[in-house]
Design a protein around this ligand. Structure first.
Ligand code: NDP
Length: 289
C-alpha cells in the first residue's frame, strides 16, 4: 500500500493556529506580543525567500517580526556589537542569525554572543549543552519540525530503531538527542558510513528514517524497510524540480508514512521558529508554559 503523506502544510496550519491563540492570550495578559529580529548580513535570493516566509508566518501568528539588513562587509566586531545591542534591548525577545553569512564572519563566535534567553534557533553553545540535558525549550527548528511530523503519526518512538542519515550540527546531531530523550535506539550515519559501504544495513532496520544530507534522491525505495516512517529533510534542485534526499516515488511504495519535498519538513520548520519566539517571550516575562 502506498505511504500516507505527512503533509507539512496541513500540520503547519494546525500548529500556527495553536500558536496564534497562544499569542492572543499573551497579549491579553501582558499587553504585548513577542518581537523577533532576524539579522541578515548581505542579501542572497534564497535567504530573502526564507526571510519572507518567516515574516508571513510571524504575521499570521501575530508575532512582531523585523528584518535587520546589515552590510555584506560588516566587520566581526561591529556585528557582535550589534547583536549585543539587541541582547540589551528589552523590547526584543528573539534573535536569529540568518544563514548564509559571509566567509569573514565566524558564525560560532556570533552564535555564542547571543543572549541565551533570546537564542530562538538554539545555536548558542550554552543552549546546545542545555539541550543535551533536557533543560531548554530552545530546540533547533528543523529537528523540532521532524519530531512534530513523527508525533502526528501517533507512533510511540520508545524502543524503535531510528536511523538518521546526516550528522550536521543543525539537523542530525540535535535530532539524535531528541529521539534519545524519547527512548528510541538511535544510529547516526554520515559520509564515513557510506564510504565504509554500510549505509544500506542501517537503512534496512530503520523503523524511522530521517535523511538530512543535501544530495538529490540519495536514498532509493528498495533500501527502506517495509512500513518505515520516512522524513526527508533534504532540499535539492534537480533540473527545474525541487527534490529531497529520498527518491519519493520508490520510497512511497515501501514506507508507511513519508514527507514530500517540497511541502514536508520545510513549512513546519518556520512554525517551530515562531514557537521558540513565544517560549522566549514567556521565559522573559516569567510566564510558565
Ligand atoms: P550539511 O552539509 O551540514 O550536512 C550533511 C550531512 O550529510 C553531513 O553529516 C555529511 O557527512 C552527510 N553526508 C554527506 N554525504 C553523505 C552520504 N553520501 N552518505 C551519508 N551521509 C552523507 O547539511 P545540513 O544538515 O545543513 O542540510 C542537509 C539538507 O537538509 C540540505 O539539503 C539542506 O538544504 C536541508 N535542510 C532543510 C531544512 C528544512 O527545514 N527543510 C533545514 C536545514 C537543512 P560529513 O559531514 O561527514 O561529510
Amino acid at each position: 500500500m502506498p505511504a500516507k503523506i505527512l503533509d507539512g502544510r496541513v500540520l503547519a496550519k494546525e500548529l500556527k493556529e495553536q500558536l496564534r491563540q497562544e499569542v492572543v492570550g499573551l497579549k491579553e495578559k501582558t499587553g504585548a506580543v513577542p518581537r523577533m529580529i532576524n539579522v541578515m548580513i548581505g542579501e542572497t535570493h534564497g535567504a530573502c525567500a526564507y526571510a519572507n516566509s518567516q515574516k508571513r508566518i510571524a504575521e499570521q501568528i501575530g508575532i512582531c517580526y523585523e528584518l535587520a539588513n546589515l552590510a555584506q562587509d560588516i566587520s566581526q566586531e561591529d556585528l557582535i556589537a550589534y547583536v549585543r545591542k539587541l541582547n540589551d534591548d528589552e523590547s526584543v525577545n528573539g534573535i536569529m542569525i540568518h544563514k548564509p553569512i559571509p566567509g569573514h564572519i565566524d558564525y560560532r563566535k556570533v552564535a555564542n554572543c547571543l543572549d541565551v534567553a533570546k537564542d530562538v534557533e538554539g545555536i548558542n553553545a550554552t543552549n546546545v549543552g542545555k539541550m543535551l540535558l533536557g533543560e531548554t525549550e530552545m530546540i533547533p527548528c528543523t529537528p523540532a519540525a521532524v519530531m512534530e511530523h513523527i508525533k502526528s503519526t501517533g507512533m510511540d518512538v520508545r524502543g524503535k530503531e531510528v536511523v538518521i542519515v546526516g550528522a550536521s550540527e543543525i539537523v542530525g546531531k540535535p535530532l539524535s538527542l531528541l529521539f534519545l530523550r524519547q527512548m528510541a535506539t538511535v544510529s547516526v550515519c554520515h559520509i564515513a558510513t557510506s564510504e565504509a559501504g554500510r549505509l544500506d544495513e542501517h537503512l534496512a532496520r530503520a523503523d524511522i528514517l530521517v535523511v538530512a544530507v543535501g544530495k538529490a534522491e540519495l536514498i532509493k525505495g528498495d533500501k527502506i524497510k517495509d512500513g518505515a516512517i520516512v522524513v526527508d529533510v533534504g532540499i535539492n534542485q534537480l533540473g527545474d524540480k525541487m527534490v529531497g534526499d529520498v527518491c519519493f516515488k520508490s520510497a512511497s511504495q515501501k514506507a508507511s508514512y513519508i514527507t514530500p519535498v517540497p511541502g514536508g519538513v520545510g513549512p513546519v520548520t518556520v512554525v517551530m521558529l515562531m514557537r521558540n519566539g513565544i517560549e522566549a517571550y514567556k521565559m522573559q516575562k516569567g510566564i510558565k508554559s
